[in-house]
Design a protein around this ligand. Sequence first.
Ligand code: CA
Ligand code: CA
Length: 396
Amino acid sequence: MLLRITALVFAALLPRGAQGETPPMTDEKSCCTATSSRATLFAAATLTGDVASANEVKGAAKEALGASAETWPAKPWLDRMVWIPAGEFWMGSDEPEFGDARPWHRVYMDGFWMDKTEVTNEQFEKFVQATGYITIAERKPTKEEFPTAPEESLVAGSVVFTPPNEAVPLDDYFRWWGYLKGANWRHPTGPASDLKDKEKHPVVHIAYGDALAYCKWAGKRLPTEAEFEFAARGGLEREPYVWGSNEFKPAGKWMANTFQGHFPDKNTGEDSFVGTAPVGSFPLNGYGLYDMAGNVWEWCSDWYRPDYYQTLADAGGVARNPQGPVDSVDPSEPGAKKRVHKGGSYLCTDQYCKRYMPGGRGKGEPDTGTNHVGFRTVITQSERGKEPGASGQSGR
Ligand SMILES: [Ca+2]
Ligand SMILES: [Ca+2]
């Protein structure tokens, strides 16, 4: 919070280009991990949402993996969710740029249910209509939160990617990230934008607390980082992509919504999407999940520390259902407390950070959503019963 307050004063709420002073940059590539904070800047057709759809997914997952069809728990199944069977996997990455994802370490996960897709705008709308919830981006920042910010700067908004008009050095993400008054989940790229024809796009500008509020309403929770990566890998071991292949475009096919062209100034949208895509626009992974790579980053419940994997590896043996460290440290922004993001987004590119790879890690301060961060939910069998309509027909 202290850093948030300090940095906000200089940059966050001022117009782009008038920041005056920016936080120290590091060599860490932050294009698609987003600026981590407000502070520093101040299906598709298959989504029928019924059990028949779950059967389709089950079949697809079986086909993809050659796995047993009997790995799902007894019915009732959960609407719009797929079962991730218990198992062990190698977690991490040896990508040279992913220093915080080393070393590979062995992890055991209990089975759990996971949303087949990112939470969509129409799902979030149901939550808001039912509860009257107002997201953090829609709330006016208070003098108590930012005591040294000028009153005129205290306006509701969020962090939005705005491509520069020309190629720029990649050493300062302020060149493409800015705090925009009036940006929020209903207005993803600012007040003039809306959700028309975006009902099945992932909801964005979701801060960690917003995601928790949705989870509470739905009777679910956010995945741990290990749950997310285990599910993203789809039963495959130490593969570079969630679809397994060493090829980014196997047989010439786009497998995830990422960034093509020249980052950050020219997104050519060769995969058909310059921004978010309707959930489920790209192929399923081995467990029948969509968009576990790309489209939008997704909140996990773990605190972020770059040394957490080393801590687990040093402990030896197999980590069982790891819940993340007890606190957060991010050397690139000392003092900021961050939660983990996973999966990468439509802004991830091999020219810069390629964190659509399943071992990649992102992070962000809990009060900060951007227009490429969303979430999905999970629940274990033993946790079931909390969700409304536990028979699986809630439609949430
Ligand atoms: Ca794209
Ligand atoms: Ca995603």
